[in-house]
Each structure stands twice: as C-alpha cells, then as structure tokens.
Design a protein around this ligand. Structure first.
Ligand SMILES: [Cu+2]
Length: 187
C-alpha cells in the first residue's frame, strides 16, 4: 500500500516531510532569538542539562530499541536463524563470470528457505534479486579468489518471476548482466 514511498516522487516527498520538523524548529529558534527575546539566555544551566540528559536518554533508548526490534530482519541474522532451525533448505549454487551467471537451478519453491552460494570467477560482481513488483529483496557481493562461497538464505513468499541484476560495476557489459529466477507455489 505504501510502495509509492520507496521510489521517485514518493521518496522525494518523504524526504521533504522528514525535513519539515527541523525546518520548523530552526525557524522558531532563529525568530525567538532575533525578534522576541534578543538578550542573553536566562534559562538556568541546570534546567538545560536536565533537558539534555532526558533527550540523550530518549535517543539512546530509541536507538537501541529500534536496532533490537529490527535485528531479525538483517539478512545475516535471518540467514543464520534459517540455517540453524530449518531442515528443508533449497540450495542454489551460482558462479558469476563477466557478464553472466551460471546457476545450478533457476526454479525454487515459495515458503522454503533458499541458500544462495555464490562465487565469482573473474572480477567483483553483484547478485541482486528483485520481487516481481520491482522491489529489491537483497543483494550479494561476489568477490573473486575467496576459498568459500558467499552465501545468504532467503525465503520467497510469492510465486513469480524474479529478476536478477549485477549491482557491482564489472566492466563494459555490466548493464547486461542479468538473469531470472522462477519461484513456484509451495508443493
Ligand atoms: Cu556488474
């Protein structure tokens, strides 16, 4: 429903909207200090330090709270969780070579975790997967010369055709480095 906020004018409007409170406070402070009350500050230092302490505490609590609450959505944490709790993981091995992908399979099942294990045979490549609605789900950076593949576990919710794009600039035909994955309904 709120997808329009993630791109184009929607995202631009959102950015402006975020800036409005700052603009309002800035205007208020400048107006007060230049028109309403031009003298030196009369607020007691103790009172200011109390406000500062309360403000810092709130920022700290919100910062820690949001981090803890959003941790399970981080790809690394979600991958580790799926790797230790699920026994029905589907494996997709892939190798990126300028300027194409070699995949062990291009069809996976919805609802079951998929472990993408990727390597690069020549230079730095990316492996980004997009939902059919255009939203990017995740991206992996594939570095050449690593002893182990780079891996990430993702569970697809919706059947459909998912686009794959390289998001690391890798040479003259980087823009053409694309592929597709088909997600079929759970069997
Ligand atoms: Cu590329």
């Amino acid at each position: 429903m709120l997808d329009f906020l993630f791109s184009g004018w929607g995202a631009f409007a959102m950015t402006l909207f975020m800036l409005l409170p700052f603009a309002a406070v800035f205007t208020y402070v400048v107006h007060r200090k230049s028109v309403v009350d031009r003298g030196p500050a009369t607020t007691a230092p103790k009172k200011i330090s109390n406000v500062e302490t309360a403000w810092l505490t709130a920022v700290f609590v919100i910062f820690v709270g949001v981090n803890l609450a959003s941790m399970k959505y981080m790809p690394t944490i979600a991958s580790a969780h799926a790797a230790t709790t699920r026994t029905d993981i589907q494996d997709v091995d892939l190798t990126a070579t300028s300027w194409q992908y070699e995949l062990s399979t291009r069809e996976v099942e919805a609802g079951r975790p998929v472990r993408f294990s990727g390597r690069s045979s020549d230079t730095m490549h990316g492996f980004a997967v997009y939902h059919p609605n255009g939203r990017m789900l995740f991206t992996m950076m594939l570095m050449p010369g690593l002893s182990k593949p780079t891996s990430l576990i993702h569970t697809f919710e919706d059947p459909g055709t998912y686009k794959v794009r390289c998001l690391e600039y890798c040479g003259i035909a980087h823009h053409g480095m694309r592929d597709e994955i088909t997600v079929v309904a759970a069997r």
